[in-house]
Design a protein around this ligand. Structure first.
Ligand SMILES: Cc1cc2nc3c(=O)[nH]c(=O)nc-3n(C[C@H](O)[C@H](O)[C@H](O)COP(=O)(O)O)c2cc1C
Length: 196
């Protein structure tokens, strides 16, 4: 049983959130599988290596179909998820037909350049395909203290980071929200797996 932490990240901020969410799941005793997706290119002659040169490996159909729960992450692109992640999701009709993800918990996380640059809309945009897949949405409850005290990222719709600049550190509250989100997904995945 594992939590799939599936993300796209161009400059590394979303990847940092993914790593913290994975750490949270592992603190809750569940294996976390970190996976990414290739970029998409308008040049149809340009191909990606089948395995990335560095970082996490690309997600396979089996990684997705067999997960006990899913954390899905993307940088905000014009208030929406980034095209590479959308492209990957658009290739999951087979999982939709098979109902492989029905009844499993899922949630979203994002990084934006600015404070009010569309974190919530991006998180909601990622939830739409997950709902079509029959997944059970998991957010961040306000019983998570850091959600009340954060002055940067962190939303009830999912963990987030306000980057402002490329080298921005993840704040203590953003970090705490990621860790607790990973734990929460792991706990719920375990509970739902025991429900027929
Ligand atoms: C094409 C494009 C569109 C973007 N749109 C937004 C946006 O709507 N709002 C925002 O706050 N930041 C926006 N950004 C900034 C990224 O969301 C931000 O730099 C993010 O932290 C990058 O995450 P990464 O380090 O995981 O790639 C955009 C960046 C690009 C390249």
């Amino acid at each position: 049983m594992y939590l799939l932490v599936l993300y796209y990240s161009r400059h590394g901020a979303t990847r940092k959130l993914a790593q913290l969410i994975a750490e949270g799941a592992e603190q809750a005793g569940m294996e976390a599988r970190l996976r990414t997706v290739p970029t998409v290119s308008p040049d149809c002659e340009k191909t990606q290596p089948s395995v990335p040169n560095d970082g996490d490996i690309y997600c396979t159909r089996e990684d997705l179909a067999d997960c006990a729960g899913l954390a899905l992450g993307s940088p905000t692109r014009f208030g929406n998820m980034a095209a590479p992640l959308k492209y990957f999701l658009d290739g999951t009709a087979g999982e939709w037909v098979n109902g492989s993800l029905v009844g499993k918990p899922a949630g979203a996380f994002t990084s934006t350049g600015s404070m009010h640059g569309g974190q919530e809309t991006t998180l909601l945009s990622m939830m739409l395909p997950l709902l079509h897949h029959g997944m059970v949405m998991v957010g961040v409850p306000y019983t998570e203290e850091a959600l009340n005290s954060t002055r940067s990222g962190g939303t009830p719709y999912g963990p987030s980071h306000s980057a402002f600049s490329r080298d921005a550190e993840i704040s203590a509250e953003e970090r705490q929200i990621c860790l607790s989100f990973g734990k929460r997904l792991a706990h719920i995945a375990r509970k739902l797996a025991s429900v027929d």
